[in-house]
Design a protein. Structure first.
Length: 405
């Protein structure tokens, strides 16, 4: 079947922004909502972990373990997605997993034991990871993946910004840790109806002039693909280590808790600005160059955070690192989708993000317990530098794959 001319159940939907079935506006909106739900826990992780540490009396290591558990489940879903992502009914799977996410979050209010909390958090992560995988793959199938990946990252951050600004002065202020959980559940339920517009599924649209078998044969630069995935993993390992304990680092420096909570919202707003910049620029610059620029900004931010300065310096460092992170992330994913002509490996974006985000919070909690914030920031700097090194061979492979299209 020619999916360009006949995208199945969605051929009559308008407007269509490009030639592919994924370019239809309703499909794009639905996939953006799926991605936002999938990373909602991640985007409010500092507030959530801080609330759970206080509400359940956890140590720093135990708190970091909860972040790691979420992304362990997220990672398992992503690894398996390479086999099922093109085989399942996307709309049915996403709608079926929404109750799992909601129940997993709500159940954390009923248990105090660390092992129970770890299991529930991992279950929530597995459901979130599957939803996120579907949303990401659909966006990757569009004609302008850089643009829509930028918009996707911005929308994900916007949902987190709303919660980070609203919860500390509303539900969390009134109900403590339980208010944080219920606020997250409310956001999931607000976004969930958009999932009704997800399609069932389709094969990866192939480059014009190539058959499916020819496209499969061109996806042979495994080294470049592995480097791109590892670059994304290192990016998230470093950046998530800061993000998971941004609130705790502010508290350790004696900054006002309310001011730190508000700063987290401003930080995510900086991420929105970076992602929207990527969306506006689209494919007009080389993805690897934009990614390296984002990584350089993160390194500058680490220097500011390590300086031990005033709250303004602390805030500027957080905002700058999030700005750079939100530039680098969609462009790294774009390199991966460009390498994946056959559509078989794009789902590995999810375990790359999940593995990096699983390593980051656990390492951050341990480093803060046995060392200092300087030790943590040195770990982050090493991960960011490694990401920059890895993207170079990935970019060369992506340029070669692009010539085929």
């Amino acid at each position: 079947m020619d999916y360009t001319d006949d995208p199945g159940n969605y051929r009559d939907l308008v407007p269509r922004i490009g030639k592919r079935p994924a370019d239809q506006l309703r499909v794009i909106v639905a996939s953006l909502a799926a991605a936002a739900i999938g990373v909602l826990v991640y985007n409010v992780l500092p507030l959530l972990l801080g609330s759970m540490q206080e509400g359940h009396g956890l140590s720093a290591t135990g708190t970091g373990l909860l972040g790691t558990a979420f992304f362990f489940g997220f990672n398992l879903s992503g690894i398996s997605a390479i086999w099922w992502i093109r085989q399942v009914h996307w709309r049915v799977v996403c709608l079926g997993l929404i109750p799992v996410v909601v129940a997993g979050l709500a159940a954390t209010l009923l248990f105090d034991g660390l092992y129970a909390l770890v299991g529930l958090t991992a279950l929530c992560g597995a459901a979130s990871g599957a939803i996120y995988a579907i949303g990401t793959v659909v966006i990757g199938d569009t004609s302008q993946p850089e643009r829509w990946l930028g918009v996707k990252t911005a929308l994900e951050s916007a949902a987190g910004v709303l919660l980070l600004f609203a919860l500390p002065v509303t539900l969390s202020a009134s109900f403590g840790p339980a208010g944080t959980i219920w606020g997250m559940i409310l956001m999931v339920m607000v976004l969930a109806p958009a999932l009704l517009f997800l399609p069932d599924s389709w094969p990866r649209p192939q480059p014009e002039g190539l058959t499916s078998s020819e496209a499969q044969a061109t996806t042979t630069n495994i080294l470049a693909l592995a480097c791109a995935l590892l670059a994304l993993l290192e990016l998230f390992a470093g950046a998530s280590a800061i993000w998971a304990f941004a609130e705790r680092m502010g508290a350790m420096r004696g900054f006002d808790a309310g001011a730190v909570g508000s700063l987290l919202g401003v930080t995510l707003s900086s991420g929105i600005a970076g992602s929207l910049l990527v969306g506006a620029v689209g494919g007009r610059i080389r993805a690897w160059l934009g990614m390296v620029t984002g990584l350089a900004l993160i390194l500058v931010a680490i220097g500011l955070l390590a300086s031990g300065g005033s709250f303004i310096v602390y805030g500027l460092g957080n905002c700058l690192y999030m700005f750079g992170w939100s530039i680098a992330t969609p462009l790294a994913v774009a390199e991966i989708t460009r390498l994946d002509i056959a559509g078989r490996y794009a789902a590995l974006v999810v375990p790359a993000i999940g593995t990096g985000s699983m390593i980051g919070p656990g390492a951050a909690g341990w480093l803060l317990e046995v060392g200092t914030t300087g030790t943590l920031l040195a770990f982050v700097a090493g991960a960011i530098i490694a990401s920059g090194v890895l993207i170079v061979p990935a970019a060369r492979g992506a340029a070669g794959a692009e010539r085929l299209t």
